[in-house]
Design a binder for this molecule. Structure first.
Ligand SMILES: Nc1nc2c(ncn2[C@@H]2O[C@H](COP(=O)(O)OP(=O)(O)OP(=O)(O)O)[C@@H](O)[C@H]2O)c(=O)[nH]1
Ligand SMILES: [Mg+2]
Length: 355
């Protein structure tokens, strides 16, 4: 019931490395170098000549991407990973140890791309993708022993590891995305409903990076809401902060359009926002969404709200991020949208994204 949906506590995610959410990264991965094989001959006291006993080098370690539910953003991924080298072989037919694997933990839902093509899609907790294979170890001279050659001097070097440049992209950045023009009050709203503390200021483009805040409900469900930088007319042509942010929006499961009701003809804002989304990706403006009429505390807003309601089909939630008025309605509706998302995913036999 509604009681269970009451809002308990609210907190901001702590991304230890950065204050903001990172949903794409370029990463260079190099597998470990194979260890070198060696040339050596068996020696024992009083025995002048023994057979070849130079061992093989160990294989270089792989660099492996691993999906981990605990990881929520790509912020902790470094630009370069080099795998562990294999050890060189030793005498007495001792093989060098293989290099251990290097794991890069990434969030569930990470797409891996190379030259613009998708090479992997890590959708399950624990799923792995070998990003760079380690090089094979070299052969020691015992390997070259044959009837023709009883005393081979040859040993080979290890191979170098695979080297690749990959682009990681997070498919889901949050459940809900706040979409609106600069100054509409998106960051103020995120501050009001979560403990996230994105900067708020009376000028456009205050927010330059997305922030994610978590809304906790009493039954322990958590809904992640992203504050995306403002978009403007022509964003799909890369104006303003442009395309990068339309991409963030693409990665949200449902949208909250934030309209500034103190501005005349607020429905134009809504039309423009939907137009930009649609130009960027067909169907994006039709994702499940709600319309939020913000700044209800300002004098012109009441009249504008009535006009807006006449002109849009979907429900409009009037509120004030500043005074906190009517946030409850938004939070309950947010939960309804989240529940609908979970049900849809389950009916498609998909795992809904949990925070
Ligand atoms: N009166 C009033 N002012 C508000 C309300 N919400 C936000 N503001 C003010 O509007 C201005 C912009 O708010 P922000 O939250 O920074 O807006 P934003 O949409 O995040 O802006 P960008 O990050 O630039 O896209 C600030 O001066 C806020 O104090 C509200 O409900 N009422
Ligand atoms: Mg902002």
């Amino acid at each position: 019931g509604d009681c269970a949906k009451g809002i308990l506590v609210i907190q901001e995610l702590d991304f230890s490395q950065t204050r903001y959410f990172v949903d794409h990264r370029r990463v260079c991965v190099i597998g470990g170098h194979g260890g070198q094989g060696i040339t050596s001959f068996h020696s024992e006291p009083r025995k002048e000549f023994g057979g070849p006993d130079g061992g093989n080098g160990g294989d270089g370690g792989h660099v492996i991407l691993k999906a981990d539910q605990q990881i929520k953003s790509l912020a902790s991924v470094l630009p370069l990973y080099r795998g562990f080298d294999g050890e060189r072989g030793r005498s007495k037919n001792c093989y060098g140890a293989n290099g251990g694997y290097t794991y890069i933990k990434v969030p569930v839902g990470t797409l891996v791309k190379e030259d613009g093509k998708i090479v992997s899609d890590l959708t399950q907790h624990g799923e792995e993708y070998v990003a760079a294979y380690g090089g094979t170890g070299g052969k020691g001279n015992q390997f070259f022993l044959s009837n023709e050659n009883r005393a081979p001097m040859t040993a080979t070097l290890g191979e170098s590891g695979q080297k690749r440049v990959l682009y990681l992209e997070l498919k889901t950045m949050a459940h809900a995305g706040l979409v609106g023009f600069p100054n509409a009050g998106k960051s103020s709203l995120l501050r009001a409903i979560s403990n996230a503390k994105p900067a708020v200021a009376p000028y456009p483009f205050t927010t330059l990076n997305p922030h994610v805040g978590i809304v906790h409900y009493q039954d322990y469900e958590q809904v992640a809401v992203a504050d995306v930088p403002g978009i403007i007319r022509g964003a799909h042509l890369n104006r303003g902060l442009g395309l990068a942010f339309l991409k963030h929006i693409e990665h949200c499961r449902f949208l909250l359009f934030v309209v500034d009701l103190s501005v005349s003809e607020p429905w134009i804002q809504l039309q423009d926002l939907k137009y930009e989304l649609e130009q960027y990706e067909e169907g994006l403006s039709k994702r499940p969404h709600a319309v939020i009429g913000n700044k209800m505390d300002l004098p012109q807003s009441k009249a504008n709200l009535l006009l807006l309601k006449e002109r849009v089909e979907q429900r409009v939630i009037p509120l004030s991020a500043l005074t906190g008025d009517n946030l409850e309605e938004l939070l309950l509706h947010l939960r309804d949208m989240y529940d609908a998302y979970v049900t849809t995913e389950q009916s498609r036999r998909q795992n809904p994204v949990k925070w």
